[in-house]
Design a protein around this ligand. Structure first.
Ligand SMILES: NC(=O)c1ccc[n+]([C@@H]2O[C@H](COP(=O)([O-])OP(=O)(O)OC[C@H]3O[C@@H](n4cnc5c(N)ncnc54)[C@H](OP(=O)(O)O)[C@@H]3O)[C@@H](O)[C@H]2O)c1
Length: 279
């Protein structure tokens, strides 16, 4: 787990570190501060985020009164909201992942430091090594960036029989060893190698940057950076003002712009952000 987790919780919370919980559906005073240590829940798919700022808006208002169509907000006992900005401190042990990685032996120590068990990528007994490290079972998924005949055969053989999957994501094995050319075309190679059972190709979407929403987002962010757009922050509230923040939402007439909670005051101060009450 990240040493950053030792960072003290600097949230200006009412008493102990914790969170605002909707104890029953109703007016803002149904929100009660519950002491909570999130570090004990960093497991499975959970991610621990040190939150700098959290947005507060219409969604919080409707969640508090029990009208939000999300099963996680269907009964009291949750915290409202879903807008946060922060730093990821730790990932859950997910999923209880055991990771094996092929590489050159000179990188074994580095690969171990990442929590991955290294295997020499040229080892003639690569499949046996994987079996040994997985109690004979093989891996659930093997990722192959080489896509040579050998790598596809070996990686697939190192997966669990009948259920294991091979995901090819690169074709480094098709580049001539002197780096002069491709031995065969990418499509032809993939066409041949992906014939194997339980094998697929993964590629990042090269079209993402063409999506109109991404363009719009960049245009907006650039305008904020240059000062051409100046988002209106209605209030920067310390997190201790959870109930007061919700009271502003109920009528809404006093809210002109975005309502935000400063959650981690120390981190926010370092970034030049302070709640209205500490300025
Ligand atoms: N599908 C996608 O969306 C996607 C996106 C990005 C990249 N890729 C692909 O992913 C692969 C890796 O990209 P990268 O940017 O991580 O490359 P990189 O930084 O150059 O790393 C390549 C590493 O792979 C290992 N390797 C294994 N067989 C190799 C071979 N035949 N030739 C060269 N290196 C070999 C080497 O490490 P060791 O000697 O330690 O094994 C080498 O350092 C490439 O095939 C790339 O096209 C795919």
């Amino acid at each position: 787990m990240s040493p950053n987790l030792a960072t003290k919780n600097t949230s200006p919370t009412p008493d102990a570190p914790g969170r605002w919980v909707v104890t029953e559906f109703g007016k803002p005073d149904v929100l009660k501060w519950h002491p909570w240590d999130p570090t004990s829940e960093v497991s499975g798919n959970n991610v621990l985020v040190r939150i700098i700022l959290a947005g507060l808006g219409g969604v919080d208002n409707i969640q508090r009164v029990g009208g939000f169509p999300d099963p996680r907000a269907s009964k009291p006992g949750f915290s409202t909201g879903y807008e946060i900005v922060g730093e990821v401190l730790a990932l859950g042990d997910s999923m209880d992942l055991k990771m094996l990685g092929t590489c050159s032996p000179s990188k074994f120590d580095y690969i171990r430091s990442l929590g991955v068990e290294p295997i020499d990528r040229n080892a003639s007994d690569l499949v046996e090594q994987v079996r040994k490290l997985t109690d004979g079972a093989g891996v659930d998924v093997a990722y192959d960036g080489v896509c040579s005949e050998d790598s596809v055969r070996n990686f697939l053989a190192a997966t669990k029989p009948d259920t294991g999957r091979l995901v090819v994501f690169g074709l480094m094995g098709e580049i001539a060893s002197d780096g002069s050319k491709m031995l065969d075309g990418a499509q032809a190679t993939l066409g041949r190698r992906l014939q194997q059972p339980r094998t697929s190709f993964f590629s990042l979407s090269q079209e993402l940057h063409n999506e109109p929403e991404v363009d719009d987002f960049h245009v907006i962010v650039d305008k904020v950076r240059t000062g051409e757009l100046d988002p209106v922050i209605a209030k920067l509230l310390p997190l201790s003002k959870g109930v007061e923040g919700h009271q502003l939402l109920v009528n809404g007439s006093a809210v002109k712009g975005k309502l935000l909670f400063v959650v981690d005051a120390d981190l926010a101060t370092k970034l030049g952000v302070q709640s209205d009450e500490s300025r």
